[in-house]
Design a binder for this molecule. Structure first.
Ligand code: CMP
Length: 139
């Protein structure tokens, strides 16, 4: 089925001017960027977006890292977009990411891992709504 997923190009990626290179990987995989904006997350936004990880030891550091530089938030659309995006991102830890994946190619560390992508249909819906009005998504 045609799905939508929420993607974030993280500060480590925007800082190194990798927006175009990462978008090229998405597009080559058949994912269409149907909404996109470059924003600076506030601390409250980063905390709320990652609230599911609030009890994890890395939460404070993760929130801090997400507000150092702008991020690019985007909606990717395509056949099986949620799983396809997770495949092209590769494993969370770049040391375990497969050859050719975004995290293998570009990530600096498990925290500065260049990209975020929704991990389920339910989370995709809520994460897209966190950043985008329906009128901003133009398939
Ligand atoms: P992301 O897919 O955005 O989801 C949670 C983020 O927490 C993850 O990518 C990493 O950036 C960060 N993180 C830092 N340490 C860990 C860890 N040990 N396990 C999982 N995620 C981590």
């Amino acid at each position: 089925a045609i799905e939508r997923t929420l993607s974030i190009l993280k500060p480590d990626a925007t800082r190194r001017n990798l927006t175009g290179k990462i978008n090229a990987v998405f597009e080559a995989a058949g994912l269409r960027i149907v909404a996109q904006k470059r924003i600076k997350l506030t601390e409250d936004q980063a905390k709320a977006f990652y609230a599911v990880h609030a009890e994890r030891p890395f939460y404070g550091s993760l929130v801090g890292s997400m507000i150092t530089e702008p991020v690019v938030v985007q909606v990717l659309q395509g056949e099986n977009a949620i799983l396809k995006n997770r495949e092209v991102m590769g494993a969370t830890n770049p040391a375990q990411a497969a050859e050719g994946t975004i995290r293998k190619l570009f990530a600096e560390s498990i925290e500065a891992n260049s990209v975020h992508g929704s991990d389920s249909a339910e989370n995709a819906r809520s994460e897209i709504a966190f950043f985008f009005a329906e009128t901003e998504i133009l398939p």
